[in-house]
Write a protein that binds this ligand. Structure first.
Ligand code: UDP
Length: 359
């Protein structure tokens, strides 16, 4: 049990309402955090965009703010300035957080943006940041480096590869991520199909998985938010018709039910993936993962046990790795993922972090 029951204020992503995929992996991270921290007796308030929906059974106070979402940092130029639109959601969220801080013991920021990082020294209630991406912008790198220099205990990352993207004077606090394995069913007998899950955007590298599937002559089922329709069309045009089976963006329960049918998941990011939720979600369904040895997924996949790691940007390596992936014991794959990425242990790591830095 926790050392103390904390009153926690969690501030969600300024990318838009929770529940539509606009926040990427942060949406699932938030739900895991809430579930895990509530089970440890903490009292939770979430501040999020109007239109956000959380699971009905979460014992959480949800406060909503309207406003125009932020543009994504990962699609801006590396040297782009910090911009906030008129009637912006980001400043509204943080104005409200400032007003609410006295009623809370800790404030936890889940948004990848400049304003909350800059506010670290301004808040009277300790403000913590769970960084959700690697380095994509100079302005953000500077903001993260400034917190790392002045308040190192207030930053945490998902993986070592993600943290290595930033200039940090002290060893990073690594939290991995947590998953509610009760929501995922391990399916023993797959179909002759491959899977790919993620936002449909260039940094996710769908084109390589499509090429590999086409060479193998296996269909590729694709789940995820179509963030960049022109990119999606270009990928589809690059492979024979029928290679890609677009399944849309599904809520977790439906996603996992469909994902379990896949013989293997291909994970082919072109950037430093901070963690790679979909990698663990596939494992939770008993689906082995063939991933590029890059970023978070390289720390998640254990070769021969939960998947295969191959050299990045090489579709032929994905093709060559498939037989090894198919030989993996799907039940053992799921068990190993559960051992490493359970909800309770994640919440405990987060709690330890929040309690380590009271001032
Ligand atoms: N996702 C989903 N339904 C879908 C496809 C994806 O809920 O149909 C979720 C998935 O569960 C994961 C997130 O989208 O939590 C993608 O997160 P990831 O960490 O893989 O990448 P990010 O989008 O944060 O870069």
């Amino acid at each position: 049990m926790p050392a103390a029951s904390l009153r926690l204020l969690l501030v969600s992503t300024p990318m838009g309402p929770i529940g539509q995929g606009l926040g990427g992996g942060v949406e699932l991270t938030l739900e895991s955090l809430l579930r895990g921290l509530a089970a440890r007796g903490h009292r939770l308030t979430v501040l999020a965009a109007t239109g956000s929906r959380l699971a009905d059974d979460l014992p959480v106070r949800l406060l909503l703010e309207p406003g125009v979402p932020q543009a994504s940092w990962q699609h801006a130029d590396r040297d782009a300035p910090v911009t906030i639109p008129a009637d912006g959601l980001l400043p509204r969220l943080w104005q409200r957080a400032l007003a609410l801080q006295e009623d809370h013991d800790r404030v936890l920021n889940l948004g990848y943006d400049w304003l909350p990082l800059w506010l670290t020294g301004v808040f009277r209630t300790p403000l913590f940041h769970l960084v959700s991406m690697g380095s994509v912008s100079r302005a953000m790198d500077e903001a993260i480096a400034a917190v790392a220099a002045g308040h190192p205990g207030r930053l945490a990352f998902h993986t070592a590869a993600q943290a290595a993207d930033f200039a940090l004077p002290t060893p990073p606090r690594l939290l991995a991520n947590g998953f509610d394995f009760d929501r995922y069913t391990c399916r023993q007998t797959p179909e002759r199909v491959l899977g790919w899950v993620g936002r449909i955007a260039p940094e996710k590298g769908l084109e390589d998985a499509a090429v590999a599937a086409a060479r193998l002559g296996w269909p590729l089922r694709v789940w995820g938010l179509r963030e960049d329709p022109a990119y999606a069309a270009a990928v589809e045009a690059s492979v024979p018709a029928g290679t890609i089976d677009w399944r849309g963006f599904l809520p977790t329960d439906r996603l996992q039910a469909e994902l379990g049918a896949c013989a293997a998941l291909l994970n082919t990011p072109k950037w430093t993936e901070a963690f790679g939720n979909v990698v663990v979600e596939a494992m939770a369904c008993g689906v082995p993962v063939v991933a590029y040895r890059r970023g978070g997924p390289a720390e998640l996949v254990e070769p021969g046990l939960t998947g295969v790691l191959v050299p990045p940007d090489d579709p032929s390596a994905l093709v060559a790795a498939l037989p090894e992936a198919l030989a993996i014991d799907r039940r053992a794959c799921r068990s190993r993922a559960e051992e490493r990425f359970g909800l309770g242990a994640f919440a405990e790591r987060v709690e330890r972090w929040l309690l380590a830095q009271p001032g």
